[in-house]
Design a protein around this ligand. Structure first.
Ligand SMILES: [Zn+2]
Length: 542
């Protein structure tokens, strides 16, 4: 007979209303056999009590419904972002808040490299720096004996030094779009978007798919997850070639791998029928820890990059409206085909015009091909108001809301992008819940750091970097936020029957915490220590 392990804890918060709190959970074959007190598994045969978690507070393993595998792979490069971050191995990287600090940080890193080896960095974000723009001249001070390449945090721009410009063949004669030039016609070192960036990345052997799909990146993703209490995480725009899939299936099959991954197939172009066929073929290959079959649609860009599509009155600085990554007619076509074929969609919408088009497209598809259980999800939902959330509730659309933006970019949104009035309603968790929408909240790692308790803190407090509360009316309670990072996110992945709460029959996935997040001051929610996770009954402590 199979052994049963009983984990004893200081407290177990289950997210199951039938038994909200417990002290013991019995696990067999990676699943929850019983929940309750020390007698919860009486009469089931051999029982082993595991005391390792007896001082800890257990919650359902956190579910990150919007992140990217690249968050693991980027740590192979040097972090030069404005905010402090912790890498997958727990090393703390202090934020670099001036260009001088960035130059200093890069110089230190250069000394650790072989002569001539490229120095590649990531996370730089000029929106937080009021000084001059980063240029090749700054990076040439770090060194001209090697190519130096600094990715901006959005990964749509980079700045490089003179030798790197030389490798790409960029000079005053270059006519490539996105090679930024100064008043004298010389490249500044800044390269914008893929046409300008790719030739150099190719020369240096850097590509985004490789950043995400190699074994070291997938393993780093798992270590990051353990540190954040996460047991299920998406990769929300995956290319998913057969080779990628084979690597992911093999790594996640190991009982030592601590994470369920939900890779979502990205719609890069408008080939709806091919995308649907591929999504269905992938769904058939799902395993316990690799869940396939959904697709991701990109609509607009980002608000802080002024590339999101926003409704009247547009951006407060008079910038032109943003751009469509998929044109509205392509969005309508993709929605119709996915709906017809029974494929769940995750639809990226930052601006309120993009949300409107996505809602219209899903409604049109639903009229042609009724499917009450589609559970399509709008991702980010940053500018949506009550009217749009109400339509989501009517149509059965869930919302995964980018709560971290309030802290990271809230001040910039109020001052620079959409103004105080619309910034107050941004990432409106309260409006969504009151309209009857099922919600999750997310980090979009690596855009902001993975950490569901921090994300919950953002939704509960709505504090910005300057320390003020932005949009007090949109705050939600600690319990609502904890639900959003467990059952709420599980719902958006159609995994709420398997994960998201601690109840009999579900996977034995737990977040192991040092304090009770429902007992601390809501202002301290982000500071509750994460000690590790239990994934499928296996304990992983940091
Ligand atoms: Zn994303």
């Amino acid at each position: 007979m199979t052994d049963t392990t009983i984990f004893k804890a200081r407290k177990i918060i289950t997210m199951d209303p039938n038994c909200p709190e417990a002290t013991h959970v019995a696990v067999r074959d990676g699943r929850i056999l019983a929940v309750g007190d020390e007698r919860c598994a009486d009469g089931v045969g051999n029982v082993r009590v595991d005391e390792r978690l007896s001082g800890a507070v257990l919650l359902p393993g956190f579910v990150e419904g919007h992140a990217h595998l690249m968050a693991g792979g980027l740590w192979d490069y040097t972090y030069v972002g404005y905010h402090d971050r912790t890498d997958p191995d727990g090393q703390h990287w202090p934020g670099l808040t001036t260009i001088e600090q960035v130059i200093e940080g890069l110089s230190q890193q250069a000394q650790k490299l072989e002569p001539g080896a490229p120095l590649i960095a990531w996370g730089f974000d000029p929106i937080f720096l009021s000084e001059e723009r980063l240029s090749r001249h700054h990076l040439d001070r770090v060194g001209t004996d090697r190519p130096i390449l600094v990715f901006f945090s959005n990964l749509h721009l980079m700045c490089v030094n003179g030798p790197a410009l030389g490798m790409a063949g960029y000079d005053s004669d270059s006519r490539v779009e996105g090679v930024v030039k100064d008043a004298d016609g010389q490249p500044t070192g800044e390269l914008q978007e893929m046409a300008a960036m790719f030739p150099l990345m190719r020369r240096l052997g850097v590509d985004f798919r490789h950043l995400a799909q190699r074994e070291s990146a997938i393993r780093a993703y798992g270590r990051m997850a353990v540190r954040a209490g996460v047991t299920t995480m998406t990769d929300l725009f995956s290319t998913l070639s057969d080779d990628d899939l084979a690597v992911m299936l093999q790594i996640t099959a190991g009982s030592d791998y601590p994470l369920r991954i939900v890779p979502v197939l990205g719609a890069a172009g408008g080939q709806a029928e091919e995308l649907a066929a591929r999504a269905k073929a992938l769904a058939a290959q799902s395993s316990d820890k690799l869940r396939l079959g959904a697709v991701k649609l990109l609509t607009d860009g980002s608000i802080q990059g002024w590339t999101a599509r926003v409704k009247w009155p547009g951006y407060v600085g008079g910038q032109p409206n943003g751009l469509w990554n998929l044109a509205p007619d392509q969005i309508f076509e993709l929605c119709e085909v996915m709906q017809r074929e029974g494929i769940q969609m995750h639809v990226h919408t930052n601006g309120d015009e993009a949300s409107e088009v996505a809602i219209e497209a899903i409604e049109a598809a639903a009229r042609k091909h009724p499917w009450p259980g589609h559970r399509h999800v709008l991702q980010h939902c940053q500018m949506m108001g009550t009217d749009q959330f109400t339509r989501c509730a009517e149509l059965g659309i869930a919302a995964n809301i980018f709560a971290n933006h309030i802290w990271y970019f809230g001040d910039q949104h109020a001052a620079l992008t959409i103004g105080e009035d619309r910034a107050r309603r941004m990432d409106g968790c309260r409006a969504a819940l009151d309209a009857g929408v099922r919600i999750a909240i997310h980090s979009d790692a690596p855009v902001t750091p993975l950490g569901p308790l921090f994300t919950a803190w953002c939704a509960v407090n709505r504090q910005t970097m300057s320390g003020r509360t932005l949009g007090a009316a949109q705050r939600i309670t600690t319990l609502e936020a904890l639900y959003a990072i467990t059952m709420g996110a599980a719902y958006t992945l159609k995994l709420d029957g398997e994960i998201g709460s601690i109840e009999t029959g579900k996977r034995a996935d737990f977040a192991v915490l040092g304090e009770d997040p429902t007992a601390v001051d809501p202002k301290s929610l982000k500071d509750v220590p994460v000690l590790g996770t239990v994934s499928g009954g296996e304990v992983h402590l940091t």
